[in-house]
Design a protein. Structure first.
Lengths: 407, 179, 167
């Protein structure tokens, strides 16, 4: 195998055409310091400027869709965790929402409010990692430490909530895995104070920083029309000036009753993409505080017998409970044959699931619509004409999570 | 806009394209003639009042083991959305098993390029008129189409060496007029 | 003669070498998936990796001696991993972080390598999905123990065979 390694992977590619002899062909990736997962951009450089770029992905294709076809609906939930792994609970919520809509189940109000709360908390940590890693690529390492301390504090909360720091699998079809612990509200409020402090620190470091502004303003601009044609959604689309947020346009889970604003940029450059995310963190803080105030009492799991495991007193107490438990575990959730597409506003944009059920306990087809797939499709076009350092800054700003990109 | 109005407009301007209309949990799904995919999607994208300016997703489907299925084996589901009008639509085409082919819509939406490459890679549906129909997610030495129902999930295929992207680069340089 | 009369310490050469190598490991974080985020946590301030001397995380294989594979390795990525490992100069050690790198994880399918020991020889395996940062620190400590103990040979000095995939 060592003998047949192509010279291209050594970065010493030579073009076959005699006209291109003075261009340098370089691979950015798939193993590169901008730790955004494994992707590859093959660039033709004229000096330091990228004159042409070709992108390749698939280095983290783990067969999510094929795996879902051989597992039950509930067993697919841990696979969804690993899609956008920096904000894992948002994928869980998106998937469970689609399956619940297919089954026609209404989840209790407490579960709805808690799902909104954890989605916004995960949105905060996603934006925090994205901006932190982006700033590391620009050379501003301190912001990364500030933001990662915040992330560790949120990890402590998530760990107390569901047992895992990163890949949580917190939702279940019909509700949530378990209820929140008693000190949850106070700890979340304390963490939000820390988020505000670190936001202030980071903005203080970068907002008027000459170097930061030179490196991000008017760098790798994409126009609104081009962004829509590429299917951008989320912060990357809002940075181009399009005011579109699924939480406002097609509200779900009571988002129309929360008061929050949607930050919209103007130019569609790296600066706008970073600052839209920072302002969204502030809005998410406000939503979480509102959700904590209105958190109702009640169950966190529906009592629909098709999906909810009965309480243990019922399971061991009477025969109906035992049979119900047996049926759900052994025969699974069997929705009626049908097809559904359902979407939520994840941290990166519109995260949608197309689910086809055929009446058996395994889904027939699950397709995840990854928001950063569309961002990456435009990457080659965005970096042409800019310099290598700008391309790296751009890669961080479009928040490629390889787990979601390649599934 | 309601789905019935959209179907009316379609039947008026492009008669004979819509074969069936279904309701998928609140979203309308139009089954259309696969040969006229580009016409229908262009009409949906460009007619004022419809303005489906975003291709949300392109899902490739294999119905071969679906219980009670009698139609063609493959399906393509175009999920459309209008940011200006605020409505969504699903457009489905069915393709035969022997030679699943569909016209490419890369001229209408820029992300169709990668979405169609993925559908080709995973399901083996060819898109006529696509500028660069290569595998996207699996490696270039992969044989077969893994998401088809007759591909066993544990059939692994190793890669000996990553592909050089020089051919794509040459095409791109020519496109941008650089020598 | 005690230490106060003769200003020098006597020791064995390989002990000094081991002391130097184990306390100045330069990791190459080959991060592909979710485990890379946990690795970022290890490198951050709460679970500080630089306490163990492994602060300099550079992504150049020529300048590092500890290859830390964090995340799932697919068949598309496998030649890249092998090439990175071959570019590292001796002595080198490999940590396989997480179940995906150690055995394929729960991705038993057509595109995932069922453990990176089919591609590169591995010194320490860490289980977990993702492993806690303390587990990664323990693995680094095990590597340090391996370096310091002269009777254990690093895996890379065994017969370096070509990658073989036993499916």
């Amino acid at each position: 195998m060592t003998e047949n390694l192509h010279s291209s992977s050594l970065g010493l590619e030579e073009s076959t055409s005699p006209d291109h002899r003075d261009l340098l062909f370089v691979n950015l990736g798939p193993s590169h310091p901008a730790t955004h997962g494994a992707l590859r951009a093959f660039c033709a450089l004229d000096g330091e400027t990228i004159v042409a770029a070709v992108v390749e992905q698939g280095y983290l294709h783990r067969g999510f869709e094929k795996d879902c076809e051989s597992h039950t609906f509930q067993q697919a939930i841990p696979y969804t965790d690993r899609l956008n792994y920096v904000s894992a609970m948002m994928n869980n919520v998106g998937y469970c929402k689609a399956v619940e809509k297919m089954l026609g189940i209404q989840i209790p109000d407490r579960a709805v409010t808690l799902r909104v709360l954890i989605c916004e908390l995960n949105r905060i940590i996603d934006h925090v990692v994205c901006v932190g890693a982006n700033l590391v690529d620009l050379g501003a390492l301190t912001n990364f430490w500030y933001f990662f301390n915040v992330r560790e504090k949120v990890y402590d909360i998530l760990e107390k909530l569901c047992g895992a720091r990163l890949t949580s699998s917190y939702t279940r079809i019909g509700g949530l895995m378990r209820d929140v612990y008693p000190e949850f509200g106070d700890e979340v409020r304390a963490v939000l104070q820390d988020v505000q402090t670190s936001l202030k620190d980071v903005k203080g470091l970068i907002a008027k920083n000459r170097i930061f502004l030179d490196r991000t303003k008017d760098v790798c601009v994409i126009t609104k029309e081009r962004a829509i044609s590429y299917g951008f959604t989320g912060p990357t689309l809002r940075a181009c000036g399009m005011d579109y947020d699924l939480r406002k346009a097609e509200p779900y889970y009571g988002y129309d009753q929360y008061e929050f604003e949607v930050p919209v940029g103007t130019t569609g450059d790296v600066y706008d993409r970073i600052f839209v995310r920072l302002y969204e963190v502030e809005e998410s803080i406000s939503i979480i505080l509102q959700a904590l105030k209105r958190l109702p009492e009640g169950p966190i799991m529906t009592d629909d017998k098709r999906v909810a495991l009965p309480p243990k007193t019922q399971t061991y107490g009477n025969i109906e409970g035992l049979m119900n438990h047996f049926k759900i575990i052994m025969h699974g959730i069997c929705p009626e044959p049908g097809e559904i597409y359902d979407a939520t506003e994840a941290a990166n944009g519109e995260l949608g699931y197309t689910i086809i059920a055929d009446g058996s306990k395994n889904p027939y087809r699950v397709k995840c619509r990854p928001p950063c797939f569309m961002n990456f499709a435009a990457f080659g076009e965005m970096i042409e004409g800019s310099m290598v350092a700008d391309a790296i800054a751009n890669l961080g700003s479009i928040n490629i999570i390889a787990g979601e990109l390649d599934r | 806009m309601e789905a019935t109005e959209i179907v009316e407009q379609l039947n008026h301007s492009l008669p004979g394209t819509v074969r069936n209309v279904l309701d998928r949990f609140g979203q309308a799904e139009l089954e259309i003639d696969p040969v006229r995919t580009v016409e229908v999607l262009r009409f949906l994208q460009q007619t004022p009042g419809l303005e489906f300016n975003m291709l949300v997703d392109l899902v490739s489907l294999d119905y071969s083991t679906f219980p009670g299925w009698t139609g063609p084996r493959f399906g393509l589901l175009y999920l459309l959305k209008s940011l200006t009008q605020g409505h969504r639509l699903q457009v489905k085409t069915y393709l035969s098993a022997e030679n699943p082919q569909s016209p490419s819509v890369t001229s209408l939406w820029a992300n169709a390029n990668h979405l169609e490459r993925e559908a080709f890679d995973q399901m083996g549906i060819r898109f006529t008129g696509h500028p660069n129909l290569k595998r996207l997610l699996n490696h270039h030495e992969f044989v077969g189409h893994p998401l088809r129902k007759d591909y066993p999930i544990t059939r692994r295929q190793a890669l000996s060496a990553n592909q050089s992207l020089m051919d794509e680069m040459e095409a791109r340089l020519k496109e941008r007029g650089i020598s | 003669m005690g230490i106060e009369e003769f200003p020098a310490i006597t020791t064995r050469l390989d002990a000094v070498q081991a002391w130097g190598r184990s306390n100045s490991l330069w990791p190459l974080a080959f991060g592909t998936a979710c485990c890379a985020i946990e690795f970022m946590s290890v490198a951050a301030s709460v679970f500080d990796l630089s306490r163990f001397g492994a602060e300099l995380i550079r992504f150049s294989p020529r300048q590092s001696d500890l290859l830390l594979v964090a995340g799932t390795v697919t068949f598309k990525q496998a030649p890249i991993l092998r090439q990175i490992w071959e570019q590292m100069p001796d002595p080198k050690w490999v940590i396989s972080m997480g179940v995906c790198a150690s055995s394929g994880g729960f991705y038993n399918n057509y595109c995932t390598v069922q453990g990176i020991d089919q591609i590169v020889p591995v010194d320490v395996y860490i289980a977990g999905c993702p492993p806690r940062p303390e587990a990664i620190l323990e693995a680094v400590m095990k590597i340090q123990h391996k370096i310091a103990n002269p009777r254990t040979t690093p895996a890379s000095q065994f017969l370096v065979k070509e990658p073989h995939f036993d499916y």
